[in-house]
Design a protein around this ligand. Structure first.
Ligand SMILES: CC(C)(COP(=O)(O)OP(=O)(O)OC[C@H]1O[C@@H](n2cnc3c(N)ncnc32)[C@H](O)[C@@H]1OP(=O)(O)O)[C@@H](O)C(=O)NCCC(=O)NCCS
Length: 187
């Protein structure tokens, strides 16, 4: 698949695999609204080079292990959505396979308008239909109700609690684990 084959269009959004030229915009939003990373697995970047480094690491189309799309609303970069830790049986010969970990963030200027639900449904459909994933899973910290609501609206099922699976702000946090199969995806 070529990079353009990963472009996704929804009613209001265009999703494109991020490239280094998107880093400046992402960095600007993350620094302006540090609360975005309150419950994410990474900290607010201090230097643009951190975001550039991440954007040049992901979207390696040779191994497809980390796919990150930029979310564009009227040609404006407003957030990120990704399939992470993608594992295919074909090249890793593992017993757990054809799965991915789903995650996202959105500029607060655009939150509360159903944008992440719209972007999520499209990326999940792409993951199942174009990448042939069998299972997509996601986790969020209990207090992050907005994230849980996005997952439920897409059809994810709550599996259970991963106890003390994240550590930040000097303490251990439980995470809520969800998963989804193609036939459960709400389009
Ligand atoms: C989680 C996040 C992506 C949601 O994006 P969004 O575009 O605002 O979400 P949506 O508008 O699609 O909302 C989905 C549902 O969640 C609900 N919701 C939105 N914000 C909420 C909040 N702060 N508290 C509780 N529910 C909320 C909405 O009401 C909506 O349900 P409804 O349509 O039935 O009302 C956004 O809040 C964000 O970027 N947060 C910071 C990063 C983050 O936490 N990422 C996830 C890490 S696990």
């Amino acid at each position: 698949m070529k990079k353009q084959d990963f472009n996704i269009k929804t009613k209001r959004l265009t999703l494109k695999l991020v490239s280094i030229k998107d880093a400046k915009k992402a960095f600007k939003i993350l620094v302006k609204y540090p609360q975005i990373t309150d419950h994410l697995t990474f900290l607010t970047p201090k230097e643009l080079s951190e975001t550039e480094g991440y954007f040049s690491f992901v979207n390696n189309l040779e191994n497809l292990s980390e796919l990150v799309w930029g979310i564009f609303y009227e040609d404006e970069f407003i957030g990120q959505i990704g399939l992470h830790d993608i594992v295919y049986e074909s090249f890793l010969k593992k017993r757990t396979h054809d799965s991915a970990n789903f995650g996202y963030w959105l500029s607060p200027e655009y939150q509360g308008k159903g944008i992440m639900t719209e972007a999520s449904k499209a990326v999940l459909a792409f993951g199942f239909e174009k990448l042939n994933l069998h299972r997509i899973y996601a986790k969020h910290i209990d207090v992050n109700k907005a994230s849980g609501n996005v997952l439920i609206k897409c059809g994810f099922k709550f599996i259970g609690t991963d106890r003390h699976s994240a550590f930040y702000d000097g303490k251990w946090w439980d995470e809520k684990l969800y998963d989804l199969f193609l036939e459960e995806l709400k389009k």
